[in-house]
Write a protein of this length. Structure first.
Length: 402
């Protein structure tokens, strides 16, 4: 058997970073930036008002109080988007809106709430220092400043920032397109009527969702029967749209493990036993240059295998570091056991209390028991040389996507 690290190393050495694409901003949501984006101008590009109010010379209202307000003639209105050049001199004021350019000569803005709201003449009841309620040019972003680094996943704030510096399009690493397919004569679509010996298919739904959580685009392919010709035809058909293919089922030691049968003589896919539980039977290779991950059919085995092997590969294809799931150190709430020689991933519940993490293993850990996975929020990672750990021990815990 090979180790988890050996299998992952082979995978990461085979997958390639996807070629960059030029996309419109909203099309780029969730992709990874392939270039740094910088601001061609400062933000804001001009001094502007932070409030609805009046642009003034601060010295003119230095003595203003509620008892003795200062009255100033209002010489005009300045609105947001005003492209004209405005100016005031001492002893005068201009009404100004939020975001409107500050008129030359003014050095402060008085909010409406500090005045009587006058139109021709306004009474000001409070003094203000120079710079009051003024947004200075460049106080957010300087001209030439990088506002988004290459390798940034583009979420709503980053897209807003890129739009704010005037970019309608960006060069990105696209989301990997991943086809997910489950095989098995016993599988039926959810909603259908089951005959004896049949079960509703769930793995492909779970793994397609996991692809999306890893930053990819998931395509669920309809379940394929355990017939070699149909399986091979399906896989070859998917190559036109897939950056990667994930199969589940048909890779163990059974007489009808059709995925293993088909791919053992096609492409470079190899099948191995990996020192892990759950998920010992694994396969990986290239089919006409496309990565193919063949995962076990038991649902928990398939999911754990995805997080350990497929997720890092999808990150690498996006130009990101192939990091594991976010990991924390936690204290075991109960004793645990593990088969020696295997890296064991136990489903558990992670909790944070009074500054530290604790974790409790699920009562059932069978690789077919999806119920304990759906209620878990973490995987407890036990090394190969651990056979048992008592409560109170510190362990590494992988946090599952929430």
């Amino acid at each position: 058997m090979r180790t988890v690290d050996e299998h992952l190393t082979e995978i990461l050495g085979s997958v390639k970073v996807l070629s960059p694409l030029d996309l419109a901003l909203l099309e780029a949501q969730g992709t990874v930036l392939a270039e740094p984006v910088s601001a061609p101008v400062p933000l804001p590009p001009f001094d502007n008002s932070a409030m609805d109010g009046y642009a003034v010379v601060a010295a003119d209202i230095a003595a203003a109080t509620d008892a003795a307000p200062v009255a100033l003639p209002v010489v005009g209105d300045i609105v947001a988007g005003d492209s004209g050049v405005s100016a005031i001199r001492t002893g005068l004021t201009a009404r100004i809106m939020t975001g409107a350019p500050l008129p030359a000569g003014a050095d402060a803005v008085i909010p409406v709430e500090w005045t009587d709201g006058g139109n021709a003449t306004v009474k000001v009841f409070r003094a203000a220092p120079p710079g009051n309620y003024i947004r200075r040019a460049g106080e957010d972003v300087l001209a030439g400043q990088v506002v988004a680094e290459a390798g940034t996943r583009l979420t709503a704030p980053q897209l807003g920032m890129i739009a704010a510096v005037g970019r309608p399009r960006v060069t990105v690493r696209p989301k990997p397109r991943v086809v997910v397919v489950a095989t098995g004569d016993e599988l039926r679509e959810p909603g259908s009527t089951l005959a004896p010996g049949q079960i509703w298919e769930s793995n492909s739904f779970m793994l397609t969702a996991a692809v999306v959580e890893a930053g990819g685009v998931g395509f669920r392919q309809a379940t394929v029967e355990d017939e070699p010709g149909k399986v091979l035809e399906m896989l070859q058909d998917q190559l036109v749209r897939a950056d990667a293919i994930v199969t589940t089922g048909g890779v163990s030691m059974g007489t009808r493990d059709v995925v293993k049968e088909v791919l053992s003589t096609t492409g470079t896919v190899g099948f191995h036993k990996v020192r892990m539980r759950p998920g010992k039977p694994q396969g990986f290779g290239l089919l006409e240059g496309t990565p193919v991950f063949t995962l076990p059919g038991n649902p928990v085995s398939a999911y754990v295998s995805f997080q350990v092997f497929v997720r890092p590969a999808l990150l690498a294809m996006q130009g990101l570091a192939p990091e594991p799931l976010p990991t924390v150190s936690a204290v075991l709430a109960e004793d645990v056991k593990s088969p020696v020689g295997l890296r064991h991933y136990l489903r558990g519940r992670l909790a944070f209390n009074r500054g530290s993490y604790s974790v409790t293993a699920a009562e059932v850990q069978g690789s077919h028991q999806l119920g304990s996975l759906s209620s878990a929020n973490a995987l407890i990672e036990l090394p190969e040389d651990v056979e048992a750990l008592p409560a109170g021990s510190h362990v590494n815990v992988l946090r599952l996507p929430s």
